[in-house]
Design a protein around this ligand. Structure first.
Ligand code: E4P
Ligand code: PEP
Length: 443
């Protein structure tokens, strides 16, 4: 380990690991630079076009997946479960808002995490914090916590496996609208307060019958279009996977379709914003409650100098208590600059607290309230609430409180499985989709 590991001093606050072996790092980045791209320019351009529709108010973005993907969770069950949850949510949202839903997974690259503290201390022993499977291991020993650049090769391989599953499942009938609706009907029938969702589910049922009566095909390919995204945090991974398309001369990050810069690394003159400015992919920036309007305008100038709808998404994560007060001035100033960006609500990261059992958690009601506040602000300004960005899983975990699954502080430890922050479980995610769908009609 370097002396920085021992002293706690870090050269910057850009959340990059201190790899202990520079030679090994060079070898790994060389191998990544020689590896095939994971995503392709035409796919990134297609997503830009879809996001342009979101920015214009003609579509919604649904972005979701694990807080931190792990190598062990790249299984058909886990990836299929997340995909299925997102597809189910998308049908409900599309019906509620009467708009197409652009589906983007927090998948196939969400393996690195920024942390509040570079070190963790237990019983007087101090070790580097777990920074995601791309960097080190969660176990609390010096070996497990020492950053290992070879893990970025496993990240690449696991992302590739995940993308293969996503592509095969979406192409193979998994996304058939009728099948997704049957899953939703089963959810409504089984949910403890499923009756409140029955009306909307019934309307979708009738819409499908009408579609069939008109000769429509529920297996329409648009249903299956799915893209992947992650935080472009680990620059030693992102840079070698950045390629110039020989056909157009444009540069793309080929690690994922949509890349975002997180709340902790969005220094306007920092390396992450610089990286995002240099690629042609659609890019997003997370905006926390402390962001200044002038800073937001700097992102617009740097990341969307040509004012192209679909290029830039702002993911707002202010917390339920602050979103109503802090969002409006930002939306107004960005609009006044002539930028048509996507505004998306992440209701997870501003609502985290630690339960008495020591588990980090979030309450469903606060999550729902932040989305509602976000929508109210946009409705009052006449702008478009462009969608949601969520941490969720297809499993039956007990990480967030509330929702129809009825997780409470006593049940929280039962299946608390996240590698970092608490995720909505399958039924909480669907509860939220039904609520948001109703609000798109009424707020
Ligand atoms: O997902 C977001 C961050 O990586 C996470 O909230 C950091 O968690 P920490 O505050 O426990 O480091
Ligand atoms: C770290 C994350 O969020 P934020 O940057 O908003 O804190 C995240 O979405 O994984």
């Amino acid at each position: 380990m370097t002396s920085e590991h021992l002293t706690g001093q870090r050269p910057s606050d850009d959340q990059q690991p201190e790899w202990p072996d520079a030679g090994r790092l060079r070898e790994v980045t060389g191998r990544l630079a020689a590896a095939p791209p994971l995503v392709f320019p035409a796919e990134c351009e297609a997503l830009r076009a879809r996001l342009a529709a979101v920015a214009r108010g003609e579509a919604l973005l649904l972005q979701g997946g694990d807080c931190a993907e792990t190598f062990a969770s790249a299984t058909e069950e886990s990836v299929g479960g997340k995909l299925r949850t997102l597809l189910q949510m998308a049908v409900v949202l599309a019906h509620g808002a009467s708009l197409p839903v652009v589906k983007v997974g927090r998948m196939a690259g969400q393996f690195a995490k920024p942390r509040s503290r570079p070190f963790e201390e237990r019983d007087g022993v101090r070790l580097p914090s777990y920074r995601g499977d791309a960097v080190n291991e969660p176990g609390f020993s010096a070996r497990e916590r020492t950053p290992d650049p070879a893990r970025m090769l496993r990240m690449y391989e696991t992302a590739s496996t995940t993308l293969n599953l996503v592509r095969a499942l979406t192409a193979g009938g998994f996304a058939d609208l009728a099948r997704v609706h049957e899953w939703n009907r089963a959810f409504v029938a089984g949910a403890s307060d499923g009756r409140r969702y029955e009306r909307l589910a019934g309307e979708i049922q009738r819409a499908l019958a009408f579609l069939r009566a008109c000769g429509g095909d529920t297996r329409a390919t648009a249903t299956a279009e799915f893209h992947v995204s992650h935080e472009a945090l680990l620059l030693d991974y992102e840079r070698p996977l950045t390629r110039t398309d020989p056909e157009t001369g444009r540069t793309y990050g080929t690690s994922g379709h949509l890349l975002w810069v997180g709340e902790r690394t969005r220094r306007p003159d920092g390396p992450h914003i610089d990286y995002a400015a240099g690629v042609r992919n659609p890019v997003a920036v997370k905006l926390g409650p402390g962001v200044a309007a002038d800073t937001v305008l700097r992102y617009v100038d740097r990341l969307d100098p040509d004012r192209e709808p679909g290029r830039l998404t702002f993911v707002v994560r202010m917390g339920a208590e602050r979103v109503r007060e802090r969002l409006a001035p930002l939306v107004e100033k960005v609009g006044a600059e002539g930028a048509l960006v996507c505004w998306v609500c992440d209701p997870m990261h501003g609502n985290t607290f630690v339960a008495p059992s020591g588990h980090k958690t979030r309450h469903f009601d606060a999550i729902a309230d932040e989305v509602r506040g976000f929508m109210e602000v946009h409705r009052s300004l006449g702008t478009h609430p462009g969608g949601v960005h969520l941490e969720l899983t297809g499993g039956d975990v007990t990480e967030c409180l509330g929702g129809s699954a009825g997780v409470d502080v006593d049940t929280l430890p039962r299946r608390y499985e996240t590698a970092c922050d608490p995720r909505l479980n399958h039924s909480q995610a669907l509860d939220l989709a039904f609520l948001i769908a109703e609000w798109y009609r009424s707020v």
